[in-house]
Design a protein. Sequence first.
Length: 294
Amino acid sequence: MHLRLLPSAFHRIPATDGLPPSQPLTSFILRSDLGPGPLAVDAGSLGMVGEAEDMARIRDVLLTHAHIDHIATLPMWLEALLSKDRAPIPVHATKETIEALRAHFFNDVIFPNFEELKEEDGRPLMQFRMVSPEEPCEIAGFEVLGFRVDHPVPTTGYWISDGEDAVVFASDSGPTERLWEVVRDQPNVRAVVLETSFPDWMEHIARPSGHLTPMLLGEELRKVPDGVRVLITHMKPAYRGEIIRCVEALRDPRVELLEPGSEVTIGGVTPSSGPPSLPAHPPEPLPVDPSRPR
Ligand SMILES: [Zn+2]
Ligand SMILES: [Zn+2]
């Protein structure tokens, strides 16, 4: 199984500060040599990486919650798939996330209501498919189990398996117990994707906003079973150097920083036989400032 964190900032390449590119938006692509996928988990930068044909290879998108850094370019991804015999394009999420997207995003103000717009033959452009926490389901050929995590809006982490290997996504979350029960109880968990959003001195913001700092990450690491890799994402761009230094100071060999644009192989098998992945960087870097925290 292969996991890619999509890039979401436009940098001079290579980055001049020697750090991995910053990551203001969150989207992952999961694919498996056993057949399932490609599946997108969250759509922060899904719709702005690669050409329309690259985006059209993604079968389904699964959302963890409705915060803008996880859904920002969902409309652009949907537009890339229009009139490609994909209607209705499936968007999987919990009831609360679907309600938030209907009320605040696809509301004919921020963006057209893609559930109401139809292809020529009458099929709606988009269809929300409800995921219920703690009820196993199948999405894009993967087995999926959702579970609640600790964040101010209803947010769901996911255990996702191709039948041989599994990865657990925490999404945005402060310290949690249910995630670690899932990691211990569900089969074949090879890796956990955790966030570390703020530096330690910003714990007064991290805790009430449902995020981790390196110190809180260190406490979570005590709950990691043997043999499970811990992949770190979601470092707020303005503080990423500081966060990286503090995470590295934990000196935990299970911890890896997930670099935007990179793909990691989780579990067995060779990385070469799956469908082609999206390009590592957007073709036309644009002069925007990615360093503003959100
Ligand atoms: Zn969030
Ligand atoms: Zn977030």
